[in-house]
Design a protein around this ligand. Structure first.
Ligand code: ADE
Length: 227
């Protein structure tokens, strides 16, 4: 999967791309990531990328031309999603991540300042996504969230494919509790069943725990209210 990011802050991605699962995905060539500096497409001598909003009000707006030039530079075909991260977007969930996995190329516009000029949204953006009901100062952070979620699902990135499939949210359920050695930690023991070696019973226990936790924390998932 090729992911191209239009950003004003390419350097924000450096340590992110150098670490952990995303780095493994890059090294295995399961994903390919390029950052395109929107400022390279600014047309005046001050390399201006933002301006005051028409109609007044606080905050600066990202100008449309450098973003549009960046998109044209990428020479995107018809079926490539152009994602814009915004708190106004549809909430990202695992189902959406799985849907996006079906693309071999995606483009992400990282917003900054108050907003981007709405004509970019109207003309180019195919999907608006939010990562939660709060406001971030940049789309860069949100796009890292998506890149991480996509990277770990690419074939060959996580050793044990079951590991991804048993994660929270994969089956409209939150995950169950996990334990590792030692058996006793600070006077608390690992649940007996996990030491029994009876994998059928362990599966049942884990499923029951998942349902119990989901009921308590996100009951709406059990009513299939999650999109
Ligand atoms: N940009 C600013 N806030 C955001 C959010 N909650 N989700 C995605 N992009 C954002």
């Amino acid at each position: 999967m090729r992911i191209e990011l239009l950003t004003l802050f390419p350097e924000m991605f450096n340590s992110f791309l150098d670490s952990s699962i995303v780095n493994i995905a890059l090294k295995k060539k399961a994903i390919e990531i390029s950052t395109i500096d929107i400022r390279d497409f600014a047309f005046n001598k001050h390399r201006q990328v933002d301006d005051y909003p028409y109609g007044g009000g606080a905050g600066m707006i990202m100008k449309p031309e450098p973003i549009a030039e960046g998109i044209k530079f990428l020479d995107i075909g018809k079926n490539v999603p152009i994602i814009y991260f915004t708190p106004q977007g549809k909430l990202l969930n695992q189902k959406k991540v799985r849907q996006l996995m079906e693309n071999d190329r995606i483009v992400i516009i990282c917003g900054h300042y108050k907003e981007i000029d709405n004509r970019i949204r109207d003309k180019y953006v195919t999907e608006e996504i939010s990562i939660g009901d709060y406001v971030l100062s940049s789309g860069e952070l949100a796009s890292m969230v998506l890149i991480d979620a996509l990277s770990r699902l690419q074939e060959g990135v996580i050793n044990d494919i079951e590991s991804a499939e048993s994660d929270s949210h994969e089956k409209n359920l939150l995950g169950c509790p996990y334990y590792t050695r030692p058996v006793n930690f600070d006077g608390i023991s690992v649940p007996e069943i996990l030491l029994s070696g009876n994998h059928a019973k362990i599966d049942i226990w884990r499923n029951e725990k998942s349902i119990e936790i989901t009921k308590k924390i996100r009951p709406e998932f059990l009513n299939n209210e999650k999109e």
